[in-house]
Design a protein around this ligand. Sequence first.
Ligand code: PGA
Length: 258
Amino acid sequence: MSNNYSKHTLLKSPTLFSNAEQASLYTAKQIAELILEKQKQGLPAVLGLATGNTPKKVYKELIRLHQYEGLSFHNVVSFNLDEYYPIGSENDQSYTYFMNQNLFSYIDIQPKNIHVPHTDSSPDQITQYCLDYESKIAGFGGIDLQLLGIGRNGHIGFNEPGSSFDSTTRLVNLDSITREDAITDFGTLNKVPHQAISIGIHTIIQAKKILLLALGERKSEIINEAINGEISIQVPASILQTMPQVEYVLDNEAARLI
Ligand code: PGA
């Protein structure tokens, strides 16, 4: 599939900030504005949410907006990108735990509107579970705003290098770089799961707006490749070059090579 694409002229220049704090505040503001706009229209705001270090300050700012500036999340429906497989949701390395700790416990989102892939399905139930996750997203009319980080291997969600641009929610094998980067959370490599459920690249690029947030020097090489390199399934984020609804939000360190 990579042969069908060539380098694409970026449709919109990256939005640059002098530091991670400013980039995160900007991102949180975009999310808050969407929520308020949808409230005015009496509609749900369907958010695609990410985990990892990158969105933590965004979530902190959203919590502040809720606690001190009256931002309500009552109309928010959320779908998380991914979850390790297998992992119990009570495990403190699970993304369910992460989302509760970093956002959901502190805001007024309705529990019934929260969706994080659950990975307690048995292997023979996974395919149906993934189809149902896709159907739920479609049932809400798709994702209004997808927040993305990027892995050092170019993954978005857990769509690892080699993932088809047509992929939808499914069980995936984790790449060695992804597993290495997860050691800080799990303690040792042998504790890091080998698999995960991830929404697909096709699912992601259907979102009406996509904010790809990249912070820090360690993302500078892959951000340059994703933005300026060839479009290739070896760098899953590179497909975003062709998407008019994508905005890259970068701090100076992540933008160093672009
Ligand atoms: P990070 O991970 O935010 O922890 O760097 C991003 C990702 O892997 O998508």
